[in-house]
Design a protein around this ligand. Structure first.
Ligand code: SAH
Length: 257
């Protein structure tokens, strides 16, 4: 069956992402976040959300957040027509934004943290994200958590995320240029920690910075050299670790560049 392409006229003409990249605008940017393209893209996002639900994403908080964040504003203008397809996309510097399905799945897992058990409407507390990339997942997280601390090690992407996120004015998202392997002690303890890059092991710092009742969701290199999704819960009894499905993420690297 031929895949129907979104036909909304999203042309990322001088919105904040282009105009303000690398410098502050003279006038605070107030781009057309709620202009016609956004309204047209709403229907396409609704279709994406419907598909996510069919694929098994059941948490209303996640589906609402995925339906709210304009994914097309985070990808290169040449890729805008693919923004709502279930595919990962390049975001520059050799990195990729995960498929919507993977983003939704990981956030749904994060919301399953022990502290939120039996509270299907509640927001998570403070969340640490490792690997800001283009800022898309941070924007989704901002709708399900009280505060989002997001770390990126590549200056170019950190700055791109900053300009991508600026028009949305998400006061609860805090971007940091740093090595996320060390976590971010100043925001700890975290109700949730989510990584968008996979390392050999889970850094001890993440486990230390996790609140009791909190959960880590992260890809980790498995014995056969592939990656699997690992969920770690911290509760009064200690640490519980579960290994879930195979995944494909970019590698978790050290230092900033
Ligand atoms: N959540 C992102 C996905 C980004 S891809 C989005 O929505 O776009 C993963 C990112 O992790 C890459 O940008 C990569 O540079 C970053 N990364 C890898 N190792 C890191 C580290 N040690 N600290 C911080 N970021 C890291």
């Amino acid at each position: 069956m031929a895949q129907q392409r979104p036909s909304f006229p999203v042309k990322l003409t001088p919105t904040a992402s282009a105009v303000t990249r690398g410098r502050e605008p003279a006038v605070p940017a107030r781009p057309a976040v709620s202009s016609t393209p956004s309204m047209a893209s709403e229907a396409i996002r609704a279709r994406m959300v419907q598909k996510l639900a069919q694929q098994g994403i059941a948490d209303g908080r996640v589906l609402r957040a995925m339906g709210t964040v304009e994914r097309h504003r985070f990808v290169d203008s040449a890729l805008v027509n693919q923004a709502y397809e279930d595919t990962s996309l390049p975001i520059g510097l050799g990195q990729t934004i995960s498929k919507p399905n993977v983003v939704a799945r990981m956030i749904e897992l994060l919301l399953g943290a022990p502290a939120l058990a039996g509270k299907p409407q509640e927001r998570l507390g403070r969340v640490l994200e490792i690997g800001t990339g283009c800022g898309y997942q941070a924007a989704v997280l901002s709708h399900v958590a009280s505060e989002v601390y997001s770390i990126e090690r590549l200056r170019g992407l950190h700055e791109r995320a900053r300009s991508n996120l600026r028009p949305f004015r998400l006061a609860n998202v805090h971007l940091m240029l740093a090595d996320g392997r060390l976590g971010y002690a100043r925001g700890a303890p975290y109700a949730g920690i989510i990584a968008a890059a996979g390392g050999e092991d889970l850094p001890q710092e993440w486990i230390e910075q996790l609140a009791v009742g909190g959960r880590i969701v992260a890809p980790t290199v498995s014995a056969n050299g592939g990656q699997t999704l690992v969920v770690i819960d911290k509760n009064a009894r200690g640490i519980e670790r579960r290994v879930l499905e195979a995944v494909h993420f970019v590698p978790l690297k050290s230092g900033i560049a």
